[in-house]
Design a protein around this ligand. Structure first.
Ligand code: ZN
Length: 245
């Protein structure tokens, strides 16, 4: 069930049986010369929604914007500062826990969100510790590409040229979902450089077309469909312990 397609009465009824919800979280940021700006939000959303169908749990609205400061030197990127994203996560958790949700899992599509969302969880737990809040609250953050079995699948699909940004796997998922928006572009070098970076200006200097370590021309929609199904099955499996069904 999708929260945005439900009424409040349906959510009230759902809460009698289960207090679990998954919130997809992504980013709107450059994804190299072939990748769509919405890639990370699209990937998180489709995996969470498919997992919700498999596991019968509630899926909340996608938090499309994330912490993408290092991509701000490329036009189209929209980034929340870490402090803003922390406030968003805290307010989302406060709203849901106020309604009775006790197991709130964020399904993430962007590596750059991980440190900030984890810090937001620490802030929430710190406040609860100080207030001696005794209600159980379980917060989880899972990235679709780190779910059980997915790294192995990625290594098998793309033995060379997967890289860490504008990867063929995430672009394959968007090609599967939005075939009308598929883009092609010349890539030079074929596999981009990879490594460290600091701010957006440093990122663009080191990685001029926006890719890191990847060859997105390896992407195809069939792989995208397989990845969505595998990640959704893995997420549904992880959620079993939180759903009282
Ligand atoms: Zn991405």
């Amino acid at each position: 069930m999708l929260l945005v397609e439900a009424t409040w009465k349906e959510i009230e009824t759902y809460l009698l049986d289960s207090q679990a919800i998954v919130i997809p979280i992504g980013s709107v940021e450059q994804h190299g010369p072939m990748g769509l700006l919405g890639t990370d939000a699209m990937c998180a959303e489709v995996v969470a929604r498919r997992a919700g169908e498999i596991g019968g749990f509630l899926v909340g609205p996608t938090l499309a914007l994330g912490m993408a400061q290092s991509h701000l030197a490329f036009p189209g990127t929209i980034s929340l500062k870490p402090s803003t994203l922390m406030a968003v996560v805290q307010d989302v958790v406060a709203s849901l826990s106020n309604a009775g949700f006790r197991h709130i899992a964020f399904l993430n599509g962007h590596g750059g969100n991980i440190a900030t969302v984890t810090a937001a969880f620490s802030e929430i737990h710190a406040q609860r510790s100080l207030q001696q809040d005794l209600d159980n609250l379980n917060l989880a953050l899972r990235s679709w590409f780190d779910l059980p079995g997915i790294r192995k699948l990625l290594a098998d699909m793309y033995p060379k040229g997967h890289g860490s940004h504008a990867t063929p796997s995430e672009i394959a998922i968007t090609q599967h979902l939005y075939p009308h928006a598929k883009k092609m572009a010349p890539l030079d070098p074929q596999i981009a450089a990879d490594g460290r970076f600091t701010d957006a200006h440093d990122f663009r200097r080191r990685y001029p077309d926006g890719r890191k370590g990847s060859d997105p021309s390896l992407a195809n929609p069939e792989d995208g469909a397989k990845l969505v199904e595998a990640a959704a099955q893995a997420l549904a499996q992880e959620m079993v312990r939180y759903t009282n069904k």
